[in-house]
Design a protein around this ligand. Structure first.
Ligand SMILES: C[S@@+](CC[C@H](N)C(=O)[O-])C[C@H]1O[C@@H](n2cnc3c(N)ncnc32)[C@H](O)[C@@H]1O
Length: 197
């Protein structure tokens, strides 16, 4: 019962407040706690559709900042002038050529809310998560400034330990965080990685 109340609360709140997905509240909680995004920042959002993180990020960076989004699916246009989106598969794209008119390097923050298609078969899903994580990490290596922050959704799986070890090698501080807006039945967890080495 409590699960339905939670789902309805965030779903209805998103509808009322004009956010495209309830995921917006997960990023808001992360920001309230870790303060990763600042006014004037340049942010790259991986797995951005339908666009609720873009909506929030656009306001967080303000008119002096910019937000670029990448998703395998098209993101319906958003009115804010500081948002650019492109359609691309993060596993296949040559990361240096994906953003027309923008260099792929020099981002202050990279966020990633990508969810792979999970089959329920452990070995298959672990392989999918690892492949995706490898591609995302490659993008982060190219895109994020030294000292920059990286926020990534991950899942409690067999490959979890390897993922967190790689993140800890690449960043000065890594915190695992489960926002209240994340369903308790979901195996997702967010890593907030501060200070790219
Ligand atoms: C949970 S949704 C993101 C929601 C988004 N943060 C928001 O607030 O609107 C996950 C997204 O990851 C995208 N995705 C999955 N695999 C991808 C890939 N290989 N490359 C790019 N995007 C991918 C999906 O198309 C989906 O839109």
């Amino acid at each position: 019962m409590a699960r339905f109340v939670l789902k309805d609360t965030f779903y209805n709140k998103a509808k009322q407040e004009g956010f495209r997905a309830r995921s917006a509240y997960k990023l808001q909680e992360i920001q309230n706690r870790f303060h990763s995004v600042r006014k004037g920042d340049r942010v790259l959002d991986l797995g951005c559709a339908p666009g609720s993180w873009l909506q929030l990020l656009s306001g967080m960076v303000g008119g002096e900042g910019t937000v670029a989004g990448i998703d395998i699916l098209p993101t319906p246009p958003l009115p804010a002038k500081n948002i650019t989106t492109i359609v691309a598969d993060i596993r296949k794209t040559d990361n240096r050529d994906v953003l027309p008119g923008q260099a792929i390097d020099g981002f202050d923050v990279v966020t990633c809310d990508i969810a792979p298609n999970l089959s329920g078969i452990r070995e298959v899903d672990d392989a999918r998560i690892e492949e995706l994580f490898g591609a995302v990490l490659q993008t982060v290596e190219a895109a994020l400034k030294p000292g920059g922050h990286f926020i990534i959704k991950s899942f409690f799986t067999g490959v979890q330990k390897g993922i967190s070890e790689k993140l800890r090698k690449g960043f000065a501080k890594v915190s695992a965080y489960k926002p209240a807006a994340s369903r308790s039945v979901s195996s997702e967890v967010y890593y907030i990685c501060q200070g790219k080495r």
